[in-house]
Design a protein around this ligand. Sequence first.
Ligand code: IPT
Length: 923
Amino acid sequence: MDLETFAPGHGRLEPRAALRSDAPALDLNGTWRFRLSPTAHAPDDFARPDFDDAGWDDLPVPSHWPLHGHGAPAYTNVSYPFPVDPPRVPDENPTGDHRRVFDLPAGWTGGRVRFEGVDSFARVWLNGHELGFSTGSRLPVEFDAGPWLRPGRNVLAVRVHQWSAASYLEDQDMWWLPGIFRDVTLTRSSADVFVRAGYAGGRGTLSFDGPGTLSVPELGVADLEPGVEVEVAAEPWTAETPRLYDAVVTCPEESVRLRVGFRTISIVDGVLLANDTPLLLKGVNRHEFHPGHGRAVPYETMREDVLLMKRHNVNAVRTSHYPPHPHFLDLCDELGLWVIDECDLETHGFGQVGWRANPTDDPRYADALLDRMRRMVERDKNHPSVIMWSLGNEAGVGQNLAVMAGWTRERDPSRPIHYEGDWSCAHTDVYSRMYASHAEVEAIGRRAEDPLDDLELDARRREMPFLQCEYAHAMGNGPGGLAEYQQLFETHPRLAGGFIWEWIDHGLAHPELEYAYGGDYGEPLHDGNFVIDGLVFPDRTPSPGLIDLKKVFEPVKFEFGDGVVRVVDSYDFRDLSHLEFVAAVEVEGETVAEHRLDVPAGGGECKVPDTPGPAGERWLTVRAVLAGDQSWAPAGQEVAWAQALLAGPSVRPPAAPPAAFVRDGDEIAAGGCAFDAATGRLVRLFGLEVEGPRLDLWRAPTDNDRYGGLEGKWRGLGLHRLTHRVDSLETGDGLTVRTRVAPAATDLGMWATYRWTFDGGLRLVLDIEPDGDWREPIPRLGVTMSVPGDVGEVTWFGLGPGEAYPDTGMGARVGRWSATVDELQTPYVRPQENGHRADVRWARFGAFRVSGEPTFGMTARRWSVDELAAARHRPDLVAGDRVHLHLDLAHQGIGTATCGPGTLPAYELRARRATLRLRFDPS
Ligand code: IPT
């Protein structure tokens, strides 16, 4: 077999829509027989019906064979894992032979074998007869089985080669995972239907192409002939109001059921509209992924994805970077998400060889590229959720894009075309970019972007809506900068929003490592943890990034005034009548009063009665929750919230007169606390053995710190190996310890002066002053101490419940929170700085309590920062017998420098004069 052919397939039937038909179908999923060969050259006699496969293994289908003990997964982002020499492929070419015996029900004649997805090159035989071959892993293919089916026992054989000329088209940033990874069926359905349902001027329009007649009983449409358009009194479909109508197309041989949604996408004056209303995409990029099954994603998992997105105020998905399983789009129709459906095309690795021989610009690949586009458009054309076709991702520029776009425009003029890889936008209807900085997005929003050399193209592009098909790279801790992007999207009508990169961490479940990433299977070439960059962890637990995103994407806004709150409807298509509004007054984090707010459906101003109550810091929290069940969440689900400060903290009662600090042997003691007389370091805190707080500038670098280059600078300066020198120690009404803290081999340092006093509680005033010319931002400014490990629950009053850094934590609110030390950790797959709770007024750690004057940042762990920084996977972190406490004045922001801009200047931490004030009391 010629695996290096440019032809996308042979013997295949014309592509058609994914449809629910009442024609008989036989599910061929299940247990198949399987054999793996290291090259493409094993004999192909296995396709014979009488071949004895007794020596083979069982394999479930759908699946990827490397996840079932045959070979291993491999991860690369941009690089091809084989030489870039199209269309040639290596002799090492894992080849999986699959056999499935099935019984044909009595009376069955004719039909097609349908594969929803085979990665990558599939050769198919039925009863020893070769039906053909196909490429295009994430696309369906059908072969005519009719002539070769026989009564009773039939044998379907499929040979899957991992590498072929088509592999050059599938260089997406993900695990390389061959196999028959989507459903296989024998179906007698053959119909193709293209329903066109628009919405304009308050009316629906309906027509269709295909065999038979179309009926939509709910709208009184009966037996509509193909090619005839009717007007209907339909409600529109939007992602916010996903109204669907059951339709049936009755053909001579079968009936096809569809759910029709009426909506029209248009572009007017450079603004993206749905049903004549501006549309703001609050999107995520979704790869198909399951930690145990790879891209063979169970239906329940797809549903969970959509539900999670909806519950976090996400309204759009880009199906990066290939068409998803067709059921996913059914769910988007039903539950409501706007979708950019992306073609299974990426040739990113050619960028590493100067884009020489890029298939996108090679006419020999034109058929293959067009074939992929056709199979996507034909399969998915009936989905109201799909609002744009994307030609692919990171495939450079070239003439084949024109072929794909030209055909698509003709076939489906109703949807704009998207492609990011060609900034001239020669073949697209929208201007799309990835990871553009805030400043550039703002300029584009004002139509003040730098012009293209080609003035005609420039003028065309300037009239286009703009979207960021990828932004805010959610790798590890982060992303930072979300709120500022959203602010821009909501300010400039040209900006149609964007899609966060990306939905899920693709960590593969691993017996020792918990979750594996690139390199963990011994791949000679890999991109490490770049595959761990999602808003949800591999098990789909929301990461702090998703909690923040939910806040930033809120469809309801609150503005507080004197005794009033203004509620603003920020939905694009619906009012607030499905929501209930609750206002709570909390003192020191404890609710003292709660009442409903009467908010008009269109939004407006409401009085917020402040209830007199106990003294203390008093906050008003207003929440919008679902009044009744929705298809995507039950009643009570929180949609939006905001807080306003009603009264500041009460004034502390005057302290007892300061106690004397007295020398006692090697120690200096005051009220149950003691300091080492030589180092001035706290050693005992109300009877607990502690290692005193001392100035620290270091944090375990985040992925953004690492890939953005800060980690290198910090390590270069030696911030991870500070030395401490005590210059003087004075006792009296307190203890003053003057120190200089600095790394070796540099003249940069920090003066740190600790002033301790005791007035019933132990007070620390730490003055910090930089020494020398500090040019780079620093990771952190605060103290580190260790305490005995028997700290159970930590209770604090401050921002929570989750972590927060200067440019993240929008989802955290002021309140009283409790967590065990273990629960304070955010389980980033690759360990890094995490778990910092911000604006903490006070925190109780078992036997003692720390208060900020006024606040501090808090992190507590069972391992040191050095252990955290050295760990590659979570199981590397082993709890010791101490708890390491970090009490901070400030942190460097997070940014999104793994891809995109670093921390915005406002969130950078510069070495500066600063004072940290803390107070320790017995609990
Ligand atoms: C961008 C890719 O489109 C995306 O698939 C992913 O690889 C991301 O990078 C990194 O996680 S392309 C990059 C050159 C900006």
